[in-house]
Design a protein around this ligand. Structure first.
Ligand SMILES: Nc1ncnc2c1ncn2[C@@H]1O[C@H](COP(=O)(O)OP(=O)(O)OP(=O)(O)O)[C@@H](O)[C@H]1O
Length: 384
């Protein structure tokens, strides 16, 4: 909080109501909004994140980051004539008491921001809800399933609605956490690209992070002072996620020196890696089963799904190893290891999941879930 009676350091007129977490400047509400929006605009323009006429799916979970993203993207699109066709895309993982409530928020955001919403569910795509998966596998490793499935579901949903790009609400804290995690795990190849603001440029569905330099605390303050309608409860399965220790470390670093977050991000951007490290990344190819872009013959989602459908849920959980056997992680993968597709290359047809085999069905039984046909457009019916 600014000292009592402090004046805004930007306009020098209004009363300062907050100290910016990123810079510790004492500012009034309006100057804070203006500075926050101007910084996101600068990120978007300096990195050329969007082109006029693009149809952009804002990945909307109903949480603070993506709600603020939807609001700011709508505001900047109008203010600066980006010429973007924006829409909201939500994935319903099937987590009762969490996603069902947050989706209600996104439905209200649809009306509040005047951009259309599409919801795609795990149940439709894979034949399983996360609640059913957790009932099968327990609380350990459930984030692996959720991260892998969500990544692919967002791509499939975006293709379904004709979007050419996905914007996510990943913020500077998220990126810094992932940088630290990959460093601690010695995963040099992923360390080299986890701080990229755009990913999947070589596929037909790039992803961008307009909040890459925005601090989580500032996003919360923006939502608070703008009185945005968002859902603030943690995922009911989150207490079991393993990402927490890196988050704590980032928060401690921030408390000691606010610029630490952005410095971690910038350090990762400036890392120069030996060519050998780059070579360790497997070349992308299409999954033999569903056509999704992957580094392995069968994508991680199909492997996980097969395990579930065969009643052997741990089948695909063992982590792909990074450098020197370290497990790997990228921003946006949750607790998932690598091996999940990195986007969609040749876009497969997607159909609603077939009825799944009962757990412990005999080996080689119906895989269910993602039924695909090579090439061609996405079949309708996979989204509401
Ligand atoms: N169920 C979902 N549907 C659509 N997009 C999602 C979903 N879950 C996550 N995302 C996207 O991925 C980003 C990072 O997700 P993460 O799970 O780390 O949540 P978060 O940092 O709490 O973000 P938020 O506050 O937006 O929920 C979100 O900001 C959002 O853009």
């Amino acid at each position: 909080m600014p000292p009592r009676g402090a004046t805004c350091q930007h306009c020098k007129e209004a009363r300062a109501v907050l100290s910016r977490p990123k810079t510790r400047e004492n500012v009034c509400r309006e100057c804070f909004f203006a500075a926050f929006e101007a910084e996101v605009h600068a990120t978007i323009t300096s990195h050329g994140l969007f082109k006029p006429g693009e149809r952009v799916a804002v990945a909307a979970s109903g949480g603070k980051d993506s709600t603020v993203l939807a609001h700011v993207m709508t505001t900047l699109n109008r203010r600066h004539n980006y010429g973007l066709d924006l829409l909201l895309l939500s994935i319903d993982e099937g987590i009762s008491g969490y996603r069902d409530d947050s989706l209600e928020t996104v439905k209200r955001n649809e009306a509040q921001y005047g951009i259309p919403l599409t919801v795609v569910s795990y149940k439709q795509l894979y034949g399983w809800t996360m609640d059913e998966i957790v009932a099968q596998i327990g609380n350990k490793s459930n984030c692996t399933f959720c991260g892998v499935f969500r990544r692919q579901a967002l791509d499939r949903g975006a293709v379904l609605v004709g979007a050419s790009k996905i914007a996510t609400g990943h913020n500077a804290d998220d990126v810094a956490e992932t940088v630290l995690l990959n460093m601690l795990r010695g995963d040099v190849p992923r360390l080299g690209r986890c701080a990229n603001i755009s990913t999947g440029e070589d596929s037909c569905l790039p992803r961008v992070k307009p909040f890459k330099y925005a601090y989580e605390k500032e996003i919360v303050l923006y939502a608070y002072y703008k009185k945005l309608d968002y859902f603030s409860t943690e995922c009911v399965y989150a207490p079991f996620a393993a990402r927490g220790f890196a988050r704590e470390l980032i928060k401690d670093l921030e408390a000691a020196r606010p610029l630490a977050i952005v410095d971690v991000v910038r350090s990762a951007e400036d890392f120069v890696f030996a060519a050998a490290a780059e070579e360790r990344l497997p070349s992308p190819r299409s999954c033999d089963r569903c056509g999704y872009l992957t580094s392995q013959p069968v994508c991680k989602a199909c492997v996980l799904l097969e395990g579930l459908n065969r009643g052997l849920p741990r089948l695909g959980v063992s982590r792909t190893r990074g450098r020197q056997g370290a497990p790997v992680l990228e921003v946006g993968e949750g607790e998932a290891g690598a091996g999940a597709g990195a986007g969609v290359g040749a876009v497969p047809r997607v159909a609603v999941a077939e009825p799944r085999a009962e757990p412990r069905a005999k080996e080689g039984g119906q895989q269910g879930g993602l039924r695909t046909e090579p090439g061609g457009a996405v079949a309708t019916g996979a989204a509401t």
